[in-house]
Design a protein. Structure first.
Length: 269
């Protein structure tokens, strides 16, 4: 008996449970499945309910509307820097919430799979890189855009380094360029690559079948052994993130994003 019937009032995602597998669908088309406070709270609620649930063998993260996740809510960031509010407090709250979500994913006893069919931007990297396995379509798009917006991916960077190794992670983190599913697979960001939706679903089902052949308690113990041991300072990362949002560069980057223009530092070479 699982605890899913105790989960209600989800605001930015849907959950499906079938054959001992839980699928969490990011579902906020107005914000392109962004990591809003609502989604952060939804995910934390779900993780709290399932973390001791041995009936659930695995958890799949997917996005509705052909978008995996567009990252942190930039409209929220724009609002807090333009209104007379305690922007540092709100920024820290958002960043700490994201950091806790990534940490909770790594600590789930179930096998976690990010199934990426569309754009996975910025904060979405934290979900992807904290998952055990990653599957993507060749047409998927990945980008860590923070530095191009005057921000720092402080909460996310350690997970990217753990998954990709320092050299590849450094390039993505510092330069903020976009890659497709093929490049992500070649780089080691994704474990499985699909060219069609049919192949994508077949591969996902194959992953589930393979997991189901493994003893669940043994998998949990093994995950604990191989989990990266780099301790992430969520509080310090949140302060760095908040400082960036409040800085001249952060304000310029977010403003330029919505005005669809280049920020002042994006000079032609």
């Amino acid at each position: 008996m699982n605890n899913l019937n105790q989960i209600s009032n989800l605001k930015s995602c849907q959950i499906d449970y079938e054959k001992n597998w839980l699928t969490i669908w990011f579902d906020n088309p107005q914000k392109r499945n962004a990591l809003t406070f609502d989604l952060i709270n939804d995910l934390q609620t779900i993780f709290d309910k399932i973390k001791d649930d041995t009936s659930i063998r695995g958890v799949v993260f997917r996005g509705k509307n052909d978008v995996f996740c567009s990252g942190a809510d930039l409209k929220f960031m724009k609002r807090i820097i333009s209104e007379d509010t305690n922007s540092q407090k709100e920024s820290i709250k958002l960043s700490k919430g994201l950091g806790l979500v990534f940490k909770m994913i790594t600590e789930l006893p179930q096998i976690t799979v990010s199934a990426v069919e569309g754009p996975a931007m910025a904060g979405a990297f934290g979900i992807v890189c904290s998952s055990d396995l990653v599957l993507s379509m060749s047409s998927a798009r990945f980008a860590m855009t923070e530095t191009r917006l005057g921000l720092s991916p402080a909460q996310i960077a350690p997970y990217v380094i753990d998954r990709l190794g320092f050299s590849n992670a450094r390039k993505l983190i510092l330069l903020g360029f976009s890659i497709d599913g093929n490049q992500a697979y070649d780089m080691g960001l994704t474990d499985y690559l699909s060219m069609t939706k049919e192949e994508f679903n077949d591969t996902l089902n194959s992953i589930k079948r393979q997991v189901n052949q493994c003893a669940p308690h043994a998998l949990t113990l093994t995950k604990n052994i191989i989990r990266p041991r780099n301790e992430i300072d969520i509080d310090l990362s949140a302060k760095i993130f908040a400082e960036c949002i409040e800085s001249e560069e952060g304000k310029e980057g977010i403003k330029s994003f919505f005005e669809k223009k280049k920020p002042y530092w994006a000079v032609r070479s």
